[in-house]
Design a binder for this molecule. Structure first.
Ligand code: GRF
Length: 210
């Protein structure tokens, strides 16, 4: 039986597209957005995928919205919930409901630079290596067991935009890979560290660029 995936997004959805285009052994059973006009949701609709728009501004508070969101997701009986540019903090109750089957991608090498504006902050700190991380979501924002990371060298003339574009290209490689491993049942959580079962594949990706 194939792995049932629900995707959550808020914006352009380029990671979501990369996941679809990777033709993974998964079934995308719903694409859910808190922004009814999100480009990613429009694209999902064009692909004939089931979509759900749930406008968070119509709810009294985060808890009420997240409770409805969780019910909506649960209706689709997902094995995995994928955050693909979902730009809202999730409440602890929501995370508890899906913990262990909730993946996120973050545009930095965690635990460095959790939160927003990661590329600006990486440049301001003068780091020489930046990148992205796919991790399981836990109650601590942008923490949680790491599945795979990709490293991107920082260039002296980088701007947040140029750096972000190169990191995004790596995001599009590692997120499908992480989902494939999950679907194959190969991610093993050993005391908070994720190991890949039955394989010598590396869980880090180094840039192909020079
Ligand atoms: C990505 O940079 C991702 O790492 C972050 O939000 C951005 C979403 O981009 N969580 P997209 O909507 O997938 O194009």
């Amino acid at each position: 039986m194939s792995c049932r995936v629900v995707v959550l997004l808020s914006g352009r959805g380029s990671n979501f597209r990369a996941i679809v285009e990777a033709r993974l052994p998964v079934e995308i059973v719903a694409v859910v957005s808190n922004r009814p006009q999100a480009d990613g949701l429009v694209w999902a609709r064009e692909q004939g995928l089931p979509t759900v728009a749930l406008d968070h501004t119509e709810f009294a508070d985060r808890e009420a919205f997240d409770a409805k969101l969780a019910d909506e997701i649960e209706r689709h009986q997902p094995d995995l919930v994928v955050l693909a540019g979902y730009m809202r903090i999730l409440s602890p109750a929501f995370i508890a409901r899906f913990e262990g089957r909730l993946l996120n991608i973050h545009p930095s090498l965690l635990p460095a630079f959790p939160g927003l504006k990661t590329h600006e902050r990486a440049l301001a700190e003068g780091v020489k290596i930046h990148g992205c991380t796919v991790h399981f979501v836990t109650a601590q924002l942008d923490h949680g067991p790491i599945v795979i990371q990709a490293a991107v060298p920082v260039r002296a003339d980088d701007t947040p935009e140029t750096l972000s574009a190169r990191v995004l290209a790596q995001e599009h490689r590692v997120y499908p890979q992480a989902i494939r491993w999950f679907a194959e049942g190969r991610l093993v959580n050993k005391c908070g560290c994720i190991n890949l079962q039955d394989d010598s594949a590396s869980q880090s990706v180094f840039p192909t660029e020079s």
